[in-house]
Design a protein around this ligand. Structure first.
Ligand SMILES: [Zn+2]
Length: 77
């Protein structure tokens, strides 16, 4: 897992008091990543998950039904 730093503003989170990790909708490549990690018995930071600070968490939650690439484009507007 990556350290809890907001992927939008680079703020270090006061987790679990503030913000959190959001898992977005998986793309085909994300499913392949999961299968590979499971097959090889590895753990890592999922490519479809990111940390968000208290300020950005709510907006990111509203977009978690999207894949991460689409959600990030909207969040960075
Ligand atoms: Zn933030």
């Amino acid at each position: 897992m990556k350290p809890p730093v907001c992927c939008i503003c680079d703020k270090r989170l006061d987790y679990p008091d503030e913000g959190g990790l959001i898992y977005f909708k998986k793309r085909v490549s994300d499913r392949e990543w999961e299968e590979r990690m499971e097959r090889e018995g590895m753990v890592g930071h999922p490519p479809f998950a990111e940390w968000f600070c208290g300020k950005h968490h709510k907006r990111a939650l509203e977009l978690k039904g999207l894949t991460i690439d689409k959600a990030m484009k909207q969040l960075q507007l």
